[in-house]
Design a protein around this ligand. Sequence first.
Ligand code: ATP
Length: 336
Amino acid sequence: MSAVLEIEGLRKTYKSRRRGVRNALDGFDMRVEAGQVHGFLGPNGSGKTTTLRTLLGLIQPDGGRMAVLGHEVPGALPTVAGQVGAIVESPQFFPHFSARDTLSLLAGAGDVPAVRVDEVLELVGLRDRAAERVKTYSLGMKQRLAVASALLKNPKLLILDEPANGLDPGGIREMRTLMRTLAESGMTVVLSSHILGEIQLICDEVTIISLGRRVAAGPVEQVLAQHSHGGVRVRLDAAEDLAAAADLLGRAGVAVTRHPDHLMLAGVDKPATVSRLLAEQHLYVSELAPVSVDLESVFLEITATAPVPGQHRQVDQSATIGEPGRTAGTTGGWGA
Ligand SMILES: Nc1ncnc2c1ncn2[C@@H]1O[C@H](COP(=O)(O)OP(=O)(O)OP(=O)(O)O)[C@@H](O)[C@H]1O
């Protein structure tokens, strides 16, 4: 398969006299094959928008290389721009224009045949409301209009930042069907989303970013399989002993993620070892169950962003590369 998008060793440092130096992208890699729906995931502040803005030539990178549809960018952006549709930040529309006026204006400016306006209105489900002013639209309808505008050029690569934002469950399902239909027609779709259940349902592959670096990538099933090995849920007779148990198991080399009423362990070969270790310290197990993980658990584990009772995780606290499975609260911090 050929890569529609290739990013290698991308670096972006923001410097400010007041806030110092921030490595927003710290050698980030990403590869997206043709015709797939690819999920781009990461905690808040991990570098997703910076990556997408850099890719679209809106930000100058400090290092690394990027190629879109086989052309090195940003140099070849004028060549490939007509084949890339993107919504990276909520686009602003004229509030007094209708959806059809808005799309007709954009189509005219981009040499897109007028007939395409009705096609995209149909695709995103706005056909029956196309004559109404944008200012009367709900958030979800504006989101549909944004997707319609990105589809106008019938791009080969469609990049969407949070396309399900503001959509109701029915709208999310329709968006999911639309993404799959587009991919089946040969379009490659890259989408960031915080709705991990959706990503798991829609995407062929995912890239997970944390602190500006790739921490996991590949087909969803493969990423799940890599991280579901030895997954075990542990409950104790006394829930107040969970902190002590997490500490003990962590020191024994088990990857532990804390939840309010249980622990999730990863990489456990023999669950009996866990109950023995805990019992030796008078911590008694009430449940020890092997579990198959979902994308949300994998995301929380490898980015170390699972909530910990009594702790308020700060946005820059997520996992560093090569250290999956660290417990939440791991300090990331900004390297110089
Ligand atoms: N113009 C800027 N100046 C300084 N720092 C910036 C700038 N833009 C982004 N950053 C920082 O770079 C880091 C990455 O930000 P980015 O917006 O790429 O994250 P993100 O993954 O898109 O987050 P979110 O999911 O919250 O949208 C953050 O710490 C952010 O504060």
